[in-house]
Design a protein around this ligand. Structure first.
Ligand code: ME8
Length: 536
């Protein structure tokens, strides 16, 4: 449920964020994975009838972006504008991401507030000036410890490499400003202990706790060797470290320092979705920054695993060569949204395979779900001229279906809505679809139809009503995952005139039986999941 602060005027929004992505390149499957997960989660909560805020955006400062822009002969701002408008926003639109806001760290609404936040920390004595020398990974935008570096081999022989990017680190030495992060270790550990749900999954929580127990170092929060960033307000020879700038988006985008009402009604986040590569920033540095400024901490930081290629994290440099758009072109947007969440347990690493996608598409989407929809709507047309019949012979077999729906709804709600176990939640709905297919096979309405006795006709009507009513529920439960297909099904069931728009159907009400009104106009729409063309 959305948090309800008793001192608030109304319920606070269920606030979910994605990482704000670096715009040094176009988005790939890995970025889309986290963003789709957040979209399904927030659509689910909206469909519970809750107030929701879904935020995504782009991280545009720092050396990585600056170097990419230089290499392309344009200014960093020009580079970011182009990538955001031509690559990032269009992909989210294409994938039907229903974000409520899109924050860019080069926006004034963000930069001004970042300066205020850092100034506040400075005024409180949380920031001091000092020097630092250490190995830095520009791809991570992070100082590394010597212990975690890898020995280079081959072309990198003799060099020390970043453990994530497998690229040489650079030695940096600077006079910087530091945030007293080391002071927050005990308070952070206390918080993790008191709120076991704060970091998920469990393996991620253990890793972070282990890291913090070893003792934290103070954090360098400024850079003076380049200027692509937000200036330190009291010393404009420095720009603010890109991660401090970036993390603050979660506050600035919801009105921190600008719109108190909105801030109170949204902040802190219920879920920060992150990839496990950036967990420490979100589960250590970010809460410490908030503690230092007396702000409330997010409720959960949930790390997704990595999409892997050849045993390595999928990244710009080792892409499969397959873009999200290539997959959507072949499988469709809805199947794309469904596949990664269905096939990979959220929180664990997983490999993408075209063959696995094709196999699951064909067996679960086309055969189990799509066929069910087309058979049922076709039979209502054939036997009842497209007018949904009543169900006068509702008996034990139908009660079993209604019970199956109650179970599937509760399970999907718990798994998707609460536990972020998308694969488990989707499986619950697809198990129900299997149950309905089994019911049809057993009841064999096409055989019953041959018997013209009133009893047989009552059975036929009941079977088709039961199957159509089950599909009504599937359209609702799968709408957060596959909005286009669900809408098509909603239309072909003729549900809207009586029940209203699909997005107004609330999850907790889905299992209430017999919502589709007899007489509804059922049309045999196009196949929900057409047969796949052979890839070229
Ligand atoms: O880290 N598998 O941005 P980024 C799964 N700007 N998820 C993946 C992935 C993969 N192979 N590759 C990327 C940054 N991701 C910072 C964030 S937030 C204040 C600043 C997803 O462009 C995953 O969510 O490198 C990961 O954390 C994020 O993209 C990193 O995106």
């Amino acid at each position: 449920m959305a948090a309800t602060g008793s001192e608030q005027a109304g319920p606070t929004a269920y606030y979910v964020s994605t990482p704000i992505y670096y715009v040094n390149d176009a988005p790939h499957l890995g970025h889309a994975y986290t963003t789709v997960a957040g979209d399904v989660l927030t659509r689910w909560h909206r469909q519970r009838g809750e107030k929701v805020w879904y935020l995504t955006g782009t991280d545009e400062h720092g050396q990585k972006i600056m170097r990419t822009a230089e290499a392309n002969g344009v200014s960093p701002q020009e580079w970011c504008d182009k990538l955001v408008e031509e690559a990032w926003k269009p992909l989210w639109e294409h994938l039907d991401i229903a974000n409520d806001d899109f924050i860019r760290t080069t926006e004034k609404r963000h930069m001004d507030r970042v300066q205020e936040f850092v100034q506040d920390l400075y005024d409180k004595g949380e920031i001091y000036q000092g020097g630092y020398e250490g190995p830095y990974c520009v791809a991570c935008e992070e100082y590394k410890t010597y212990a975690e570096l890898l020995e280079g081999e081959g072309e990198f022989a003799g060099l020390r490499l970043c453990p994530i990017h497998k690229k040489p680190v650079e030695m940096l030495q600077e006079e910087n400003y530091f945030f007293k992060l080391s002071a927050y270790g005990p308070k952070l550990l206390e918080h993790y202990e008191a709120h076991p749900e704060f970091i998920q999954p469990e393996s991620a929580r253990n890793e972070v706790m282990q890291f913090v127990r070893q003792g934290l170092e103070d954090l360098s929060i400024s850079r003076s060797t380049f200027d692509w960033g937000v200036k330190i307000p009291w010393d404009d020879k420095h720009v603010i470290y890109v991660w401090v700038d970036a993390l603050l988006n979660y506050a600035t985008a919801v009105g921190y320092g600008a719109d108190q009402k909105k801030f109170d009604g949204t902040f802190p986040a219920d879920v920060h979705l992150v990839g496990k590569d950036i967990l420490r920033f979100h589960a250590v540095i970010w809460p410490a920054m908030l503690m230092a400024n007396g702000l409330p901490l997010p409720k959960r930081v949930v790390a997704n695993g990595w999409l892997m290629v050849g045993g390595e994290k999928m990244s710009k440099s080792n892409l499969t060569g397959i873009s999200p758009q290539q997959l959507t072109q072949h499988f469709g947007v809805d199947a794309y949204r469904w596949y990664f969440l269905r096939a990979i347990a959220f929180g664990q690493d997983g490999s993408f395979s075209w063959e696995d996608f094709s196999a699951r598409y064909t067996s679960e989407l086309a055969n189990d779900y799509g066929n069910l929809a087309s058979r049922v709507t076709a039979m209502v047309n054939k036997y009842f001229d497209g007018a949904l019949p009543e169900a006068p012979a509702h008996g034990a077999a139908e009660r079993a279906i209604a019970d199956g729906l109650t179970k599937a709804t509760a399970e999907a709600d718990k798994k998707i809505g609460e536990e972020l176990d998308f694969a488990g939640g989707i499986a619950a709905v697809f198990d129900f679809i299997k149950q309905v297919n089994g019911y049809l096979t057993e009841q064999a309405p096409w055989k019953v139809a041959k018997d013209e006795s009133p009893e047989a006709q009552a059975r036929l009507a009941t079977i088709l009503y039961t199957a159509a009513e089950s599909l009504r529920a599937c359209a609702v439960l799968l709408n957060p995952v596959m909005p286009q297909t669900s809408q098509k099904l909603w239309d072909s069931l003729g549900a809207e005139p009586a029940l209203g728009p699909l997005t107004d159907q609330h999850i907790p009400d889905t299992a209430r039986w017999a919502q589709l009104p007899p007489g509804a106009t059922v049309t045999k729409g196009a196949n929900l999941f057409p047969r796949l063309e052979e890839p070229k």
